[in-house]
Ligand binder design. Sequence first.
Ligand SMILES: [Zn+2]
Length: 641
Amino acid sequence: MRSILLTLLVAVAFVAGCSRDAAPGADVAAGSDAAAAPVAEYDSLSYAQPEKVRIKDLALALAVDFDNRQLAGSATYQLDWVDPAARELVLDTRDLTIEKVVGERTDGRWEDLEHALADAHELLGSKLTIQAPRQPARIRVTYRTSPEASGLQWLTPAMTEGGEQPFMFSQSQQIHARSWVPLQDTPRVRFTYTAHVTAPQDAMVLMSADNDPQAARDGDYSFTMPQAIPSYLLAIAAGDLVFEPIGERSGVWAEPAMVGKAAAEFADTGKMIDVTEQLYGPYRWGRYDMLVLPPSFPYGGMENPRLSFITPTVIVGDKSLVSLIAHELAHSWSGNLVTFSTPKDQWLNEGITSYVENRIIEELYGEQLADMEAVIARDALRATIDDMEPQAQALAIRPDVRVEAGDPLTEVAYDKGAWFLHFLEERFGRENFDRFLRGYFDEFAFQSIPTTRFVEYAKQNLLAKYPGKATEAELDEWVYGTGIPASAPQVASPALQAVDAARTAWLEEGTLPDAGVTAAWTTQEWIHFLEGMPETLDQGQLAALDAAYEFTGTPNGEIAMRWYPLAVRSGYDRANDEIAVFLREIGRRKLIMPTYGELVKTPEGLALAREVFAQARPGYHPITTGSVEDTIEAAGQAPAE
Ligand SMILES: [Zn+2]
């Protein structure tokens, strides 16, 4: 059930790409104890009971053990006992070994607390129930992680750029923090944290906290995160990492061989921060640094506060994919500052962020690029939304409807969400809408809110304030309706229209565009050129494109993720060797899943997919491994045609 459902969701999510990668869907009948929470606040992906007791602060003491692929140590929680009748603390865990649980008595001594680790639920992990009848102010859990922790990836030296030191990094979103720290793993709970981390002396350790660019690499590191964050923003990485500054308050951490290239590609980051501050108010997190991960990172980027984790696949030499940086930076406002409170409100993070991302791109690189990116995203959404379940086509689920599923994150959250904000901007005027959004970030700063709060705020601060511009029914249709509303504003991109004309001329007359024209094309134009191709091309056409543009073997993953599926569908075996190389070297799900998805449709393709996956698997992240496995398994189970 799970693999088939997941595959369906993945297919929907990956038919078309978006610039920052949807997460795998989670189909779950949780049976979570959070059932007592009000329906609008119900988080089916967590056992936590924050209406009874909340973690206010977390103090981690951890040792990084590369040989055993393990983090070991303790987590100490400062607790706020909200309900005087509460007698237990329930935490989310997955694959953790719990060694000891103690609570602080009023005389300052620590006493053992009874605790029980439930059998593991396939998706949610194991509920840890700690008996705490005296409501201690602090509780400490001593534990160690499993080498298979879903939120950590351990890389051997051979899997890194430098090839000499091992590497480890976390990916906590959506519910993987619980695989490396026992936590109330729900965005409804925000906490501050400190950490003392030890590691081999030659490994640099970084966290989503106050990393010091000048820190001595001595194997002993301390971190403080004074701003309260939800658990999915807890992050750690360790390896041969060096720093290169970009500006006063930003810079890049990467392996030595990568850091220069990365700093050059992301040189505009300081300007991006300035522009976003002018639009939406101060950046409230101190420094903004980026950590460039190995190619196995399963996502495009992860907005870990103060230290975005970034895929190296956006470093293509011409800054054409830096909208990913704009996206992760934008999360410093939409997401990290104002956070969705349950899985069914994720569009509040991703939709608003995608809108802000596009505004940053427009400010910095002009309308032409911003419009191209909007058109590409909307075309992708249009191509997929009608095939989705009605519930998945809506930005949010009505507050009185209880959903057990952890809704999959598809381009609906990202691109329909951004489109909704563009609609509001158009109706109320840019100046008014900018003021509104800035006010929204101030109003809900450091809170986690459901969709209903956004809707109420919009009704008060837009609809009531500027009557006659938009109706409540229109708002309702955008948030809870299916498909793309008739009121959706349209964007035209003359640059992409020129690409359409060039493609049509080639398909109809066999004339490829002039080399002088294509030499000036950006990644976005190449994406559009390929996306508009028919389902299949004949061998001669594919060979002609390859001869002119060398698509097979392209170092640009955005082009590869569109060219290889077309090649596979068309039976163009000449690309197979390079397809294998691409699938072995890259672990970013968005880039590789479309090709796996096409390969598994024929027996020969399925055999190639299995062979490549067997070779690539040791280098893939557990999240990517899960997606590929589901796709291959589902294809293997399908009846022979
Ligand atoms: Zn995002």
